[in-house]
Design a binder for this molecule. Structure first.
Ligand code: NDP
Length: 282
């Protein structure tokens, strides 16, 4: 049987763990599939995706910096993708690509089921307003957090995300330089890419932390070292990286494509065991 074709698009994408995760899911469920990483700059993405479709591509994941472009390119979108304004999963349909966003569901599943956190009623600080922040913000609100303060290096992008969320009394923005005046939070989510470039980017005020604070980095591997080190030094009660979210958002995408949900614990444990070499690209 010819394996069905899938890919992850990004720039850069060579270190993506998605091919390994989807291959493991396919083996687990006896589904023959081919899943490759395709590097495409934003200006080449539309053409690369069209070529992939012409070669029989049936589904794709999309990672940074292409999630907002994927949203624009999709012929139709799920409600959660529309709310996010970003697409991380594409499904080939007769009328073109259907765009969905599994990042938020992946994060919430990891936090609530793997780590046993109750998100309800929590005050949340969301750092970042890029594609990942856009994906997780609606899901966190739906999971019952009390309110969400969005802080981004570029304030206009934070304002655009708050506007898109459409709950001005619950999700609103503040400036990065005012972090020390915002009080404490029971959940702090780092959805920035700062840890990929800058050492010392995460010297955040200790006043953000209380006795219940869970600190969550969407990054994993080296890119998460700075934020997680700050969170441990600040004595956050839970300190969680993005590896579980990565595996859960992949399982959600797999289910969309294949109609069956894989178990995630084995591949999670496998990737965790090799944690020191992870770079973090998805
Ligand atoms: P984007 O490029 O869309 O957004 C990057 C975000 O990081 C923006 O908010 C940007 O701020 C901010 N940022 C970048 N550099 C700095 C800095 N030096 N200081 C402060 N803020 C900075 O990327 P994504 O949103 O798609 O991804 C963000 C991170 O989340 C990535 O590192 C990615 O690997 C990770 N991720 C993990 C997933 C998982 O499954 N675990 C899933 C998705 C993403 P500005 O707007 O000012 O430029």
């Amino acid at each position: 049987m010819t394996p069905s074709r899938f890919a992850v698009f990004g720039h850069p994408v060579a270190h993506s763990l998605s091919p390994r995760i989807h291959a493991a899911f396919g083996r687990q469920l006896g589904i023959a599939l081919e899943y490759v990483a395709i590097d495409a700059e934003p200006s080449q993405f539309a053409q690369a995706l069209a070529q992939f479709a012409a070669r029989g591509g049936q589904g794709a994941n999309v990672t940074l910096p292409l999630k907002e472009d994927a949203h624009a390119l999709a012929a139709s979108r799920s409600e959660r993708a529309v709310r996010a304004g970003a697409v991380n999963t594409l499904v080939r349909r007769e009328d073109g690509w259907f765009g969905d966003n599994t990042d938020g569901a992946g994060l919430v599943r990891d936090l609530t089921e793997r780590h046993g956190l109750d998100l309800r009623g929590r005050r949340v600080l969301l750092l970042g307003a890029g594609g990942a922040a856009r994906g997780v913000a609606p899901a966190l609100l739906d999971a019952g957090v009390r309110d969400m303060v969005i802080v981004n290096r570029s304030p206009a992008r934070a304002d655009a995300l708050a506007d898109a969320l459409g709950e001005p009394g619950r999700a609103y923005t503040r400036y990065w330089e005012d972090l020390h005046e915002l009080g404490d939070f029971e959940l702090i989510v780092n959805a920035t890419a700062a840890g990929r470039q800058e050492e010392g980017a995460f010297v955040l005020p200790l006043s953000l932390v209380d006795s219940l604070t869970a600190a969550v980095d969407l990054n994993y591997g080296e890119a998460a070292i700075g934020f997680l080190a700050w969170a441990r030094a600040a004595q956050c009660r839970d300190v969680i990286d993005g590896l579980g979210m990565l595996v859960e958002q992949a399982a959600e995408a797999f289910e969309l494509w294949h109609g069956t949900r894989p178990r995630t614990e084995e591949i999670y444990a496998d990737l965790r065991a090799h944690g020191r070499v992870l770079v973090g690209e998805d």
